[in-house]
Write a protein of this length. Structure first.
Length: 322
């Protein structure tokens, strides 16, 4: 088994949903190739490039690191790049037309510390002030900044349903239409019925419920980002582009908190995972001997991958978990 040096939100998600796939991706001696980036993932990455290029340039001036071409080449795989560049711009224009981009820029210009974009950070898991040195976590927050009252904000962008259809997640503090050339939707510029916004250090936050009760995956991701950023009682922010295809995009603004109990549970999940992936008994639903035999079988699964035909490689990949 390979040594895993850290846990990321994505690796935790795989661990908790598909142990075979986790072993193949992170622990197997001969790991399979990465599953190619999908078109929906690519448009999200392309939008991400457009918005970070715009905001970083507006705040700090032109930068080679945050140039649009640089970000797209880094974040979008080559097979998707041409179409994702077009579609990412469509999503970005919807975000801009809605007014959400301008309001975010206004917040960033008032931040007493420099906003941070797309930065990788690694460190020990913290148990509310006490470092859990044996567990290392890693994250790549989209954006971290402070309100003018020095309230830490950790923000992530989500693009859902661009090639299909997606509804806004419940609990948003505001939803906006991403168009100006047709009638407004009935919910335009409204608050979700389950939300109760209140000013929290210079930013409106839904105090009616916690993020994990709307989307536990998002809560897991942003909790880990907040810990890594040393954010103090942060606001967790998500700007969700909820699309009905490319022609109807709404922006749901989530500004929320995550409960202490969820954080306690997440720490336990991470510690449990760390112990499993650094032990010689990975599959706990089997005996130790059977677990080791299963690991050996998975190790062999991709040893003959090199040299096989493209069709065989494709068949091997689609037979894997998500």
């Amino acid at each position: 088994m390979r040594n895993v040096e850290y846990i990321s939100p994505s690796s935790l998600a795989v661990f908790e949903t598909d142990l075979d796939e986790f072993y193949l991706k992170y622990l197997a001696e001969t790991r399979p190739p990465r599953i190619p980036q999908t078109a929906p993932m690519a448009v999200g990455s392309s939008f991400d490039a457009y918005v970070k290029n715009y905001l970083h340039q507006g705040l700090f001036g032109k930068s080679t690191e945050y140039a649009l071409d640089t970000l797209i080449e880094k974040q979008v795989e080559s097979q998707n790049r041409d179409q994702a560049r077009i579609d990412g711009e469509i999503a970005f224009n919807a975000y801009r037309l809605s007014g959400a981009l301008a309001d975010l820029m206004l917040l960033l210009t008032k931040s007493p510390t420099d906003p941070q974009f797309e930065f990788e950070i690694r460190g020990p898991l913290e148990n509310f002030g006490d470092k859990v040195d044996e567990v290392t976590i890693l994250g790549k927050p989209d954006l971290k900044f402070q309100t003018h009252l020095r309230r830490d904000v950790v923000l992530d962008w989500k693009v859902n349903g661009f090639y299909s259809k997606a509804s806004p997640m419940k609990g948003y503090v505001r939803i906006r239409d991403g168009w100006i050339n047709k009638p407004a939707s009935r919910s335009s510029n409204t608050i979700h019925k389950d939300a109760q916004p209140m000013d929290f250090g210079g930013i409106n936050v839904n105090i009616a419920d916690y993020l994990e009760n709307f989307n536990s995956g998002w809560a897991t991701q942003l909790s880990m980002y907040g810990w890594l950023c040393d954010a103090v009682s942060p606001v967790y922010a998500i700007d969700q582009l909820a699309c009905k295809g490319r022609n109807e995009i709404r922006i749901a603004e989530h500004r929320t908190k995550i409960s202490h109990n969820f954080h306690i549970d997440l720490i336990a999940r991470l510690r449990c995972m760390w112990l499993r992936i650094h032990s010689d008994h990975f599959f706990l639903d089997m005996s130790k001997k059977d677990s080791q035999a299963r690991c050996a079988l998975l190790d062999k699964q991709y040893q003959t991958f090199e040299g096989t035909s493209e069709r065989d490689k494709w068949m091997q990949n689609i037979s894997r978990g998500a």
